[in-house]
Design a protein around this ligand. Structure first.
Ligand SMILES: Cc1cc2nc3c(=O)[nH]c(=O)nc-3n(C[C@H](O)[C@H](O)[C@H](O)COP(=O)(O)OP(=O)(O)OC[C@H]3O[C@@H](n4cnc5c(N)ncnc54)[C@H](O)[C@@H]3O)c2cc1C
Length: 599
């Protein structure tokens, strides 16, 4: 077959597969929205798709799932596409407020905070890194006065959603679920960097194992939400299989919920307002409204509806119905990525968006199957006391590529032109091989806040990330950076001549290269979010003034209203939260079914 023939063949095959995937996407029930449903779920993200699928298992309940974004497609689900998606309309494109102490290398000292605006929500934009996090994370939630949330009680819910294809997963008490909808597998593609990272970590004393099993500490190739070489989003996992099978589940896309309707006297929730098809529409809820709009939009929507800090609501002209700490307790994970030169070949994004790569993708191979370039991961307890508990406080993960090979990543991160020029341009000019290690703080102590800018639902809320406000956060980040660099002493990294990029950040040069002060300055500049915003509608008992929802995820003081998404986490878990959000949705569904006598 000629080269041209191959291109045509692959192009046709890609279109055919894309079309067959589109056929799985749920239809938009725009013409048959009823005036009233039993449950209205706001937001078809990680949590919302899972909830809608599980609640509609009861054929007697009518469910409406409302999503601000449009359909997911096959190109979005090529694992390598992760950062390109941030440039499109399927991203809400939030930005943090300008700061003098973090995000300093970014345009206007503001970090980009992407969020999925598409069926599947942020599970379509994410890097598919799958972690359960640590048992102590959940035991701590429970100890705060949240019965039912201890790790041992939650294990059945992990197994319920997991469709793990990891061959060497832990088989003991913490074993993976094998039959659930959310696929988990090792990536089918690795660069030599991944192998060097895993080996160097072992040479430095880490054990190789299943970080989603009994022992979180150790190193492993990445477990990713990928099934059959394709991103397994919440939409694909939970809704694709239901297409045409659930008459009681209606889905409304491209519809923005602007308000949850709550009677100010009785404090009972009775419906929502949404902007769709060019007009405002009211839909009523017989039983409950469930807000699953994610940790930025959920607090925004609650506040627009009169649920939030009374003083702040009055400032923007909203009459408070319940005075609750909505928008506080904002948490995230940051990781100031380090760039390393090396002699081994790395992922060159600019080179592989071509027909050869597409062809190998279609055959189940090649770099387009890589989880956005992320390849392997390790967990450390840098504090000895945490080590004794086996509770990680630092994660390193490696991407077998560098920013200079991937202009989309530079744009997605919002790195300033002059900073890029001084640090990365020489790499670009010399076509150098380079990779990145991200030292990710796992249990930050700083807390940010989401506030309304105005009562206009179309205006983005204000995001104060407040990174590094607590000295612990910068301190452990610097220790993580040094931990990553120490791996270079190991034979596996020596063999590929891995070395720290010698170009310094001009603004930090005065601190002396590779001193603690230099790395602190570096972290304040390259403050890369790992996109784990959470905690803004905290779960906790009524006696806790910072709690917004109770342990059954009902909003305090308001009836028929729940929050089910990453917002409810009292403490962000020590890992990547997408899996834990499925867990929250699965547990929430069971509680809702129980509360309405359907078991
Ligand atoms: C770029 C990126 C990379 C990430 N990488 C990873 C990773 O590798 N591993 C990991 O575990 N986690 C990762 N995460 C985090 C993870 O994806 C999120 O924690 C998780 O998806 C949150 O789920 P959620 O249900 O709380 O919110 P979302 O999934 O964000 O869902 C919220 C949904 O609600 C919709 N919505 C919001 N407001 C409204 C409204 N008013 N009306 C109608 N619809 C509305 C949104 O459009 C969206 O679809 C990443 C996130 C991002 C953005």
């Amino acid at each position: 077959q000629s080269y041209l023939g191959n291109i045509l063949f692959d192009g046709i095959e890609l279109l055919r597969r894309g079309q067959s995937q589109m056929d799985l996407e749920a239809v938009d029930d725009r013409d048959q929205i009823l005036p009233e449903y039993d449950f209205i779920v706001v937001g078809a993200g990680t949590a919302g798709c899972a909830l809608a699928a599980r609640l509609s298992e009861n054929p007697d309940w009518q469910i409406l799932l409302i999503e601000a974004g449009g359909p997911e497609n096959y190109i979005m689900d090529m694992p390598i596409m992760a950062h390109y998606l941030q440039l499109g309309e399927m991203n809400w494109k939030y930005r943090t407020q300008p700061s003098n102490s973090y995000c300093l290398a970014m345009n206007n000292n503001r970090c980009n905070w992407p969020r999925g605006k598409v069926m599947g929500g942020s599970s379509v934009l994410n890097y598919m890194m799958y972690t359960r996090a640590n048992r102590h994370d959940y035991d701590r939630w429970k100890a705060l006065g949240n019965p039912g949330w201890g790790y041992d009680e939650l294990l059945p819910y992990f197994r319920k959603y997991e469709g793990s294809l990891i061959p060497d997963a832990d088989s003991g008490q913490a074993r993976h679920g094998r039959k659930g909808p959310v696929k988990i597998s090792y990536s089918a593609y690795h660069t030599p960097i991944a192998t060097a990272f895993v080996e160097a970590s072992q040479q430095a004393g880490l054990t190789r194992g299943d970080y989603n099993g009994v022992n979180q500490l150790g190193v492993s190739y990445l477990q990713a939400n990928i099934g059959n070489g394709t991103r397994c989003s919440s939409n694909r996992a939970y809704l694709y299989p239901l297409k045409g099978k659930r008459q009681n589940l209606h889905i409304k896309k491209k519809a923005l919920v602007t308000k949850v309707l709550i009677d100010p006297q009785t404090k009972a929730t009775y419906g929502i307002m949404m902007q769709a098809d060019g007009r405002m529409q009211k839909v009523l809820a017989r039983k409950e409204v469930i807000v699953s709009a994610g940790a930025i939009n959920t607090p925004q929507l609650l506040m627009l509806s009169g649920v939030g800090p009374a003083k702040h609501l009055r400032e923007v002209g909203i009459k408070p119905i319940a005075d609750l700490a909505v928008g506080f307790n904002l948490q995230d994970h940051v990781a100031p990525a380090l760039t390393f030169r090396c002699n081994a070949s790395t992922l060159k994004f600019n080179n592989f968006l071509n027909s050869d790569a597409v062809g190998s993708f279609l055959r189940g191979e090649g770099p387009l199957r890589s989880a956005g370039g992320v390849e392997a991961i390790s967990f450390y307890a840098l504090d000895a006391a945490e080590g004794a508990k086996g509770w990680a406080d630092m994660e390193l993960f490696v991407a077998g590529t560098s920013i200079h090979w991937n202009q989309a990543l530079r744009v997605a991160l919002g790195i300033r032109g002059d900073v890029y020029e001084s640090v990365f341009s020489e790499l670009e000019r010399s076509n150098a091989n380079a990779f990145m290690i991200f030292p990710m703080i796992l249990r930050a102590k700083s807390r940010g806040r989401i506030r309304l800018k105005s009562r206009n639902p179309l205006q983005h809320p204000l995001i104060d990330a407040n990174y590094f406000a607590h000295p612990y956060d910068l301190n452990i980040t610097v220790r993580g950076i040094k931990q990553a660099i120490s791996l270079l002493d190991q034979p596996a990294f020596r063999a590929i001549n891995a070395r720290v990029l010698e170009k310094q950040l001009p603004a930090c040069r005065r601190y002396g290269y590779q001193t603690d002060a230099y790395w602190s300055c570096y972290a304040r500049h390259f403050t890369f979010t790992i996109y784990h915003y959470s905690g803004t509608a905290k779960m906790g008992p009524r006696s806790d003034p910072s709690a917004v929802v109770d342990a059954r995820l009902r909003v305090h003081g308001i009836s028929n209203l729940r929050v089910v998404d990453a917002s409810i986490m009292p403490y962000l878990v020590a890992g990547h939260p997408n899996g834990p959000v499925y867990l929250i949705a699965e547990k929430a569904t069971d509680m809702i079914k129980e509360d309405h006598n359907y078991t």
